[in-house]
Design a protein around this ligand. Sequence first.
Ligand code: C2E
Ligand code: CA
Ligand code: CA
Length: 730
Amino acid sequence: MRINNAVKHFIAVFICVLTVFSCSAFAFAQDENVLTVGVPSDRCPVFYTDDKSKEITGIGVDLMMIAAENAGFEVSFVPIKEGSLKEALDNDEYDILMPFGSAVSSTKGKNSIVSENLIQTPFTLVTVGERELPPLSNLRVGMLKSHSGVAETVRTRFPGVVVVMFENMSECVKALRANEVDALLNNSYVWSYVLQKPSYSDLVVQPSAMFSMDFRAGTLDTPEGRALIERLNIGINEISVTQHQAVTLDYTSRKLYKYDLLDYLYSYGIVIALIITLVILLAVLTIQRMNKIKRDNEKKIEALVDYDPLTGLLSAEGFKKKAAEIIKRNPDKSYFLSYNNIRDFKFVNDSLGREAGDEVLKFWAKKSLENLSENEAIGRITADRFAVLRHISGDEKMKDDEDNVLIPVENYFVSRGNDIKVQICSGIYVLMPSDYINPDIDHMLDLARVAEKRIRQSREHSFAFYNPEQWEKGKRAALIAGSLQSAINSGDIEIYYQPQINYENNEIIGAEALCRWNHSELGALQPSEFIPILEKTGLIYNLDKYVWNKVCSDLNKWNKLEKNISVSVNLSRGDIKEERSIPEKFAQLIKKYNIPPEQLRIEITESAYVKSPEILIKTTEKLKSYGFRVEMDDFGSGYSSLHMLKEVPVSGIKLDLNFLTKSGDPEKSEIIVCCMIQMVEKLGLDLIAEGVETKQQAQFLHSKGANNMQGYYFCKPIPVQEFEKEIGVQ
Ligand code: C2E
Ligand code: CA
Ligand code: CA
């Protein structure tokens, strides 16, 4: 039993020892057969990391793999962490390193040993463009730092060559382009990969400068190292030429180079820019198109809002817009706005049906449109309410409207054999001058509606005015403006002369021409009434041309009788328009009647200078250059007279006593008149005082140095025959 136990114990110990021994023997055998090969990984296609497997691969890897397998090794490849092979030699994590051209010593100064040549690798120089290389004795070559082994071989083989090391390829290329080196040296296989980069298209391989380098594995020169290399050499020697070729062909024919973003930008920059431009253009065009569609739609919607679908007339909104536009565009025309409504329209609809109601509305619209002229408008405000904007003219036009629109509409059903008579109630608002500045159509419609309501409730007339006085005024203005030409032709408009006196000797020194209108319908009209109307309607020039011509013809007649007096005529602001060349017109006129220019004086009212200074100053200068005297009329009438005097080149001033003395403290008025006379004198301008009504006024003026006067005290404006008597012509 004891023996048994001892045997058992021995067996157990034996098994244990055997196990430990066999395990360690196995481990030793495994270590011996597995090689960790350190290689660079940035040298595609010789050594690089495969995108998919993430393992190091390449020509060098495959060749080493074949050789190692031949020699019975298992290999694993790891990237070299160190900057160079020399440093890597001192790291015992690698069993072996690649690639060596020849044996080099480690950084720590230890010797290394290298294997047989795995493959003869071609090395080529690359330059920028076709550059002629300096001789080898003087050549500066750029290389990658990781190629320090090769660099050392180059230095030994070509002692004259200066090798400059760079961290990476882009720095190499930068230095080459900056001419810091003459050429770059690298493995031809690497070049075949690197030069695929589009931005390196200017780099050129120099085939003439090709040389071949050995491609070996190496390790520190130790007994283990020697054993390892010896064993590996057997495997290397077994690699056939066909295997060499197959491996290199495999990698050099693969499309290994992958474009990065910059490559794409470089290669397709113009195309990309073009595409971007096109896209932007397309976007802009699309936006424009969309905006146009939007605008068109808005217009369509606007049209829907602006027009009434039943009658085709403007809607309330459309009418308001159009009416305001017309009024603003025609400030010189007189307008009225009417609000029209069918009395008891509900009754029409109820008894004859809606269609019949619509019919009469359409008929009304049609008739009204036919009667409308340019710059007038009509719109349907709501159901049976129409608004109309019309010029004011005489009563005949109203009668026309009645005959052509109102009566046919009122009789619409009667004339179709029905006894229902439609009644239209109209309220009329006549536009006031202030309505032309900022036309408020809503407000005007409201006022017209007030008048319309009055009619509707009274059941008397067919229309009423909100402001009948304004209507009368408007009608009168229309009549006046409308009859100007016939009045000139028929002699209803006459020129009166108001003498101007030299107070000291009581002699007539001249006259002002003022017109008088004896209207065939309205009787004697005052200039204060018709002049503003003619100015507003733009007709004043027609009158003034007539006046100036008549005055010149009278002057001509008097000159012939040797009564050479001067006459002033009025020039209205409305006369002066650039294209009319007023000064030239006056020049032609005096030429025609053979009158010296100083006999025709031209009065321009002070307010005109204030309202349009530029053109008036220009006109004044021109008139003066022709020799005419230009007088500033109504001086002191309340505009900025003093300031104007500085700016305007007039020859004289007409001081209007009416403005200066009519109201306020008489003593103060005297002081003002006195100062004005002195001022005008000091400015070297002529002075004539007008509106002199009393002896005291004349004496006062004279005492202050004013001698030329005009006014009722001396004489009212008188017809030409009377004036001729005054100057002794008849
Ligand atoms: P105005 O140019 O200031 O003409 C002087 C006005 O004062 C005239 O009024 C004249 O009759 C009036 N007058 C003259 N002496 C006295 C007086 O002692 N006291 C008062 N209170 N008034 C006096 P008239 O003729 O009624 O003309 C009024 C305005 O109409 C003129 O003012 C002038 O601006 C304008 N006018 C008259 N005829 C023409 C014309 O043919 N063409 C133009 N463009 N305007 C004219
Ligand atoms: Ca005048
Ligand atoms: Ca005056």
